[in-house]
Design a protein around this ligand. Structure first.
Ligand code: NAP
Length: 466
């Protein structure tokens, strides 16, 4: 391996979310003489654990204790507030590291491609999630919560997260680390009906049972399931018999269908076998006022898949908020190859390729959602990162011009980039936790970038005008 004699293996990991941390951890465990720069465009680490996991799922966030341990290893530096593609180019990475692992996730949303999709009040669920979790880039999106009915399109775990957050009262959410601006907006919410819409039958839904069950214990919301939706196509029945999650999901949905309504403040309705066909504007001409849906039936395909096929029968339902929860989609990074169709960096077991099925790009690797697409739970990224790191350690790597950490620091300083290291992040963390203590919450998040940077500055340290 052409490493500079006497200097450790220098690796850049782009993205300090779960996959970035697991890749870093795998590198640390595999080699003593390694030095990792964990780079993130935000001043705060932890990616989707901080900005994706629902605020009322605090237990899931405890994994940050392990990530903190990884970041505290003297062989790791956190370079927060540094954007690859803007502050550092891909060529800079080649000049300063033996290898780079791209683990920046899939921050964008998949589009539905239906008329009216861009009306005001129709937004990607991924934006709504980032908004209530206090992501600095989504603080001001202001989702309109002044209407009666919200439709959530899709039946994955993100769909049930956003439906549950809409269904909970502000008091139910107050004990979480939901962003203050979202808590206030949700406190004033006029949404009374939340419809979760699946294009196939409940047997094909992607949500998991634990998440589904949470609708059964909402303090002020009824849950409604049409028993007719639980009459399955024979092929769906077969699938359920073979898969325990689907079987358990059906049991829970059956119990919801049998429950008497309590005439609660809000209602969550699960509706299956409907596809969105268009969104219609209200009288303003700009804001969503209704959704047109088509009734589907299930068709078993030769390849074993179960497809939703339109019956031609449409219905029009009034709706003032539409959250499109049909999956995340990766974005390209300047200077990097990208598979537009799948929304990933083309790769073979984590080794970056110059195009899908193409040649290897030496020294470049990928891990997590930007490697395999947006699927799996947080822990899935651990095995995925291991595979990538194993490939990296087997390969001939780059011979960087200057692999010293100081060279990267100088470059960033010359470009006027204010880097947040892990100690600076800990200062932000301590302030958030202290504010949380004061208010009986796990933490009160600092949302805006400028406030985060000010909080990160050590006492007495001159803060620049951010
Ligand atoms: P997902 O699980 O892939 O679900 C996407 C949903 O959108 C599916 O129901 C899909 O239906 C539907 N869909 C796609 N295209 C559609 C269209 N054109 N019209 C109507 N419906 C359409 O994605 P996700 O919910 O964004 O979750 C991403 C990943 O994060 C998943 O692995 C998820 O488990 C994970 N996650 C986990 C948690 C948790 O553990 N609590 C929380 C959030 C997210 P089809 O099946 O018919 O395509």
């Amino acid at each position: 391996m052409p490493e500079t004699p006497g200097s450790p293996l220098r690796v850049a990991v782009v993205g300090a979310g779960p996959s970035g941390f697991y890749a870093t951890d795998a590198l640390l465990k595999a080699r003593q003489d390694v030095s990792v720069d964990l780079i993130d465009r935000l001043p705060a680490p932890f990616g989707l654990v901080r900005y994706g996991v629902a605020p009322d799922h605090q237990k899931m966030k405890s994994v940050t204790t392990l990530y903190t341990r990884t970041a505290s290893d003297p062989r790791v530096r956190f370079l927060g507030n540094v954007e690859v593609g803007k502050d550092l180019s891909v060529d800079d990475l080649r000049r300063h590291y033996h290898a780079t692992v791209f683990a920046y996730g899939a921050p964008g949303d998949r589009r539905l491609g239906i008329p009216g999709e861009d009306l005001v009040g129709s937004l990607p669920a991924t934006d709504f999630v980032a908004w209530y979790n206090g992501h600095p880039d989504y603080e001001h999106i202001d989702p309109p919560l002044d209407g009666h009915t919200a439709i959530v399109i899709g039946v994955g775990n993100v769909a049930v997260d956003v439906a549950r957050i809409l269904a909970k009262t502000a008091d139910e959410l107050a004990g979480s680390d939901i962003a203050d601006h979202a808590l206030e907006a949700l406190r004033a919410s006029k949404v009374r009906e939340i419809v979760v819409l699946g294009r196939r039958s409940p047997a094909e839904a992607k949500f998991t049972t634990k998440e589904l069950r949470e609708f059964g214990v909402l303090e002020h919301a009824d849950v409604d399931v049409d028993p007719a939706d639980l009459e399955l196509h024979p092929a769906s029945r077969e699938r359920v018999a073979e898969h325990s999650t689907e079987e358990r999901n059906l049991e829970v949905l059956r119990s919801f269908a049998e429950r008497p309504a309590r005439d609660a403040h809000r209602q969550v309705s699960f509706r299956f076998l409907y596809s969105p066909r268009s969104l219609e504007a209200d009288e303003s001409g700009e804001r969503v006022g209704a959704i047109v849906v088509e009734r589907n039936r299930i068709e078993a395909r030769e390849d074993g898949s179960l497809a939703a096929v339109g019956t031609g029968q449409t219905e029009r339902w009034p709706a003032q908020l539409v959250l499109r929860s049909v999956g995340y989609h990766g974005s390209p990074l300047p200077g990097m190859p990208f598979d537009e169709r799948r929304g990933i960096i083309p790769n073979e077991n984590g080794r970056v390729l110059d195009q899908p099925g193409g040649d290897r790009v030496p020294g470049f690797y990928t891990s997590g959602w930007i490697k395999r697409g947006p699927s799996g739970v947080i822990g899935t990224n651990k095995a995925d990162a291991l595979e990538t790191v194993q490939a990296l350690l087997e390969d001939e790597l780059l011979t960087p011009e200057d692999p010293s950490p100081e060279a990267v620091d100088e470059l960033l300083a010359d470009r006027g980039v204010y880097t947040i290291d892990f100690d600076s992040w800990r200062r932000i963390d301590r302030i958030e936790l202290a504010l949380g203590d004061e208010h009986g919450r796990p933490r009160v998040k600092i949302v805006s970038r400028s406030e985060m940077l000010a909080a990160a500055a050590a006492e007495g340290e001159a803060t620049q005008d951010f």
